[in-house]
Design a protein around this ligand. Structure first.
Ligand code: GLC
Ligand code: CA
Length: 546
């Protein structure tokens, strides 16, 4: 399949696609060990086909000691037995293909596991051929090369006494950073990717790709000087030889950098996955745990800035959720009285924009955050942060408040398929506790109710396929300073669409007519009919204008 080398595909077929993210360990257990697996995903493909998605981004399933739930890979060309086998993976790719769904693999290329053979070899001696696959600095025990910190707590340097050297790790000690300066490592990575392409995967999500060109001596983690040189080479040697969707995770992107990541000439990725809107409820200068109230006006400004500045020059991912983020309906919606309305409202705002929408598993049924005892949390980031903050003298209730709001396990509780004991996820006690609200919030109920969040998402996906204005139209923010309403227009070839949403839980006086608009046709609406002169709590719609 890769015989036509280096042909850039410009058809951009993926622009009207919708991607669904699966976090495999929490999706569906098929063999009664309490952990989701590949056969479990195969069982649920019909459900995903019914929803209408085009591609699945699969969080890592490669061999891994699971220190960071698979984001620490010890063999890039094998499947972790916990999830199944290579045969299961091939079956998943084929079964998905039959249903018009592509499988996107999660490539973790910034670091490997410390149990990868490369690292085991690298540690043997300074002249081992694999030594230079990682980032080392000479030193003395106890005096770190510098004061850089790892994302999951503690110093970013780990001492290896046999070598008299430190290795660098931006994440956990078990995730040593790979040395992209080494062309041999880069070649080995490309060959691995080509091998997966030959197996028929439909694309890749590139984990923390903006961090691969680190320069620890200069304390540079993301956006290192050689970053785009590396990405261009990676893309040319691999992705550009196939017809793929590629998406680069970049916490440090701004719109200018996004023009590079998602350049229309296909020289890097199809699109960028950036977080500027997501960081808005974090105290400036603080960590993600230091929360503040969302500034709604700022949210409108940031989302609109990305719409305008990428139009015609790049391509963005549209998302509220992923496996690292809390559930959006609990975060910026209302997960009690107005759970359905606010989940639909948030979806309307997002799916009305230009870009490729991502739906994170369970979002389509409005799954919510959880409040567990600290012992019930599994995520390395949460567990380490709790310990660190308690040692520093924070009050337990304050630390728990941050975990309830931002902990990554909010997104990682098992999918609620039905109201049975383990929510239809497993027949035994799952690896992480099921949310108690599975009795009411579950797929079975959603499928029975024509007005459910599920069918609303299904309709949004269809609308993107049927209305080019959603894919290609330009963007214009309306009511910029309105503190409750998010409204914007999209225009294409004389056709005009408006998206209107009340972001809050109260009635807001509003009339499209008074704004000078006349509705020709509602495309979607989360209330049955209009209430003249008002938007009700979390009311939202898309409409084509005259
Ligand atoms: C990305 C992943 C996250 C992981 C980290 C390190 O941000 O989304 O889950 O912990 O990279 O690989
Ligand atoms: Ca299993």
């Amino acid at each position: 399949m890769n015989n036509e080398k280096n042909v850039v595909d410009t058809s951009n077929w993926w622009k009207n696609s919708v991607v669904y993210q699966i976090y495999p360990r929490s999706f569906q257990d098929s063999n009664g060990d309490g952990i989701g697996d590949l056969q479990g995903i195969i069982k649920r493909l019909d459900y995903l086909q019914d929803l209408g998605i085009d591609a699945i981004w699969l969080s890592p399933v490669c061999k891994s000691p699971q220190d960071d739930n698979g984001y620490d890979i010890s063999d890039y060309q094998d499947i972790d037995p916990m999830f199944g086998s290579l045969n299961d993976m091939e079956e998943l790719i084929q079964e998905a293909k039959k249903r018009g769904i592509r499988i996107l693999l999660d490539l973790v290329l910034n670091h490997s596991s410390d149990e990868h053979t490369w690292f085991i070899e690298a540690k043997k001696s300074k002249d081992n051929p694999y030594h230079d696959y990682y980032v080392w600095r000479d030193g003395v025990e106890g005096i770190y090369p510098n004061d850089m910190k790892a994302c999951f707590g503690g110093p970013a340097w780990e001492w290896v006494p046999e070598l008299g050297q430190y290795y660098f790790h931006q994440f956990s000690v078990k995730q040593p950073d790979l040395n992209w300066e080494n062309p041999k490592l880069r070649r080995e990575i490309y060959d691995m990717i080509l091998w997966w392409m030959d197996k028929g995967v439909g694309g890749f999500r590139l984990d923390v790709i903006d961090q691969i060109a680190k320069e620890p001596d200069l304390k540079i983690t993301n956006n290192g000087p050689r970053l785009h040189e590396y990405i261009k080479e990676l893309s040319k040697e691999t992705f550009q030889t196939g017809n793929l969707i590629t998406v680069g995770e970049a916490w440090g992107a701004n719109t200018e950098l996004a023009h590079l990541y998602s350049a229309p000439d296909g020289s890097e990725f199809s699109m960028v996955f950036q977080f500027e809107h997501i960081n808005l409820d974090q105290q400036p200068g603080g960590e993600k745990w230091d929360i503040k109230e969302l500034d709604f006006i700022q949210l409108k400004q940031i989302l609109s800035k990305w719409q305008v500045e990428l139009h015609g020059k790049g391509w963005n991912s549209l998302f509220w959720n992923n496996h690292d983020l809390p559930r959006i309906v609990s975060r910026w919606g209302n997960d009690e009285q107005y759970r359905e309305e606010s989940a639909k409202m948030l979806a309307t705002i997002l799916h009305g924009m230009q870009g490729t929408p991502y739906i994170y598993q369970g979002e389509e049924i409005g799954m919510t955050n959880v409040k567990y005892q600290i012992e019930e949390y599994k995520d390395i980031e949460t567990v380490n942060m709790y310990k660190e903050r308690i040692e520093k003298g924070y009050k337990p209730e304050d630390v728990m408040r941050s975990i309830y709001a931002k902990g990554r396990d909010n997104a990682r509780t098992p999918i609620q398929w039905d109201s049975s004991q383990y929510a239809g996820f497993s027949t035994v006690k799952p690896w992480i506790k099921v949310n108690d609200n599975c009795k009411e919030i579950n797929v079975e109920n959603a499928l029975e109710n024509k007005d459910s969040i599920f069918y609303y998402y299904k309709k949004l996906i269809q609308l993107r396929k049927e209305n080019p204005v959603l894919v290609h139209g330009d963007y214009q923010l309306l009511l910029e300073t309105n503190p409750d309403i998010f409204a914007y227009c999209r225009n294409l070839d004389g056709q005009r669409m408006v998206v209107v949403a009340n972001f809050h839980d109260k009635e807001i006086p509003f009339s499209l007519k008074e704004e000078g608009f006349e509705v020709k046709e509602y495309l979607i609406h989360n209330y049955r009919e209009e209430k003249a002169g008002y938007l009700r709590p979390y009311e939202a719609y898309m409409a084509i204008l005259n």
